[in-house]
Design a protein around this ligand. Structure first.
Ligand SMILES: C[S@@+](CC[C@H](N)C(=O)[O-])C[C@H]1O[C@@H](n2cnc3c(N)ncnc32)[C@H](O)[C@@H]1O
Length: 208
């Protein structure tokens, strides 16, 4: 009986903490669906661009790592690259931190904190699944800090004003769009025309 009360109290406390941090960050810790995750991993190149030197690839950042599912999948897809997941909400962060300790994810680090305070200047790939507002707030930071050639992959929300490099759609019921960008001197969006999206396959190159 006592155990039941403690378990119920703990669960309610965890839900309350998740709710409070959702208000604080503006993004609930909704995990990327397995279908969207497959589409996101498939649109990425097999080898990430070497944005610095041939010997030192850029780091992979997952901004708002939630419960860690996407960060773990990135660590498995790129075992030779370092992956950092940054999460501000304590309950999802704790779960992601524990999951990152599972064998086979030695290249993954789950960090607690606000990703606006993270230095992204060594990034080769930034992955995010935020809200439309959250993405718009992140935009100037990415433009200031990311090196040329770095990739930005966004689940569901397009970066306002950026010309996408590729686009695909997940095979889930929402056909969630997935957007890929490459940092360059001129990323201003132009008239792109119609884009046909298929799960796991780049829809169309949008470069001129
Ligand atoms: C929609 S969830 C995505 C979770 C995970 N990326 C995934 O794809 O499964 C967005 C996450 O971003 C986190 N978040 C939002 N703003 C943040 C910030 N400024 N710093 C760190 N985490 C943030 C939220 O707490 C939430 O867990």
């Amino acid at each position: 009986m006592n155990f039941d009360i403690w378990a119920l109290g703990g669960a309610l406390l965890a839900i309350a903490v998740v709710f409070i941090w959702t208000i604080r960050t503006g993004s609930p810790p909704t995990p990327t669906s397995p279908a969207a995750r497959r589409a996101m991993l498939a649109i990425l190149p097999r080898h990430l661009p070497r944005v610095f030197t041939e010997d030192k690839p850029g780091a992979i950042y997952e901004l708002g790592a939630g419960w860690g599912g996407m960060a773990l999948a990135l660590a498995r897809q790129y075992p030779d690259d370092s992956v950092a997941g940054v999460e501000l909400a304590p309950v999802p962060w704790l779960v992601a931190k524990c999951r990152s300790m599972m064998p086979g994810h030695g290249n993954l680090e789950i960090r607690y904190g606000d990703f606006h305070a993270s230095d992204l200047s060594d990034a080769g790939l930034v992955v995010c699944y935020l809200s439309a507002d959250g993405l718009a707030r992140l935009k100037p930071k990415l433009e200031d800090e990311l090196p040329k050639g770095a990739l930005v992959l966004s689940n569901t929300f397009a970066m306002p004003g950026w010309r996408r490099t590729d686009e695909t759609a997940a095979g889930d019921i929402y056909h969630s769009p997935v957007y890929l960008y490459e940092m360059s001197d001129d990323m201003t969006e132009e008239d792109r025309g119609a884009v046909v999206a298929t799960e796991g396959k780049p829809a169309r190159r949008n470069r001129p």
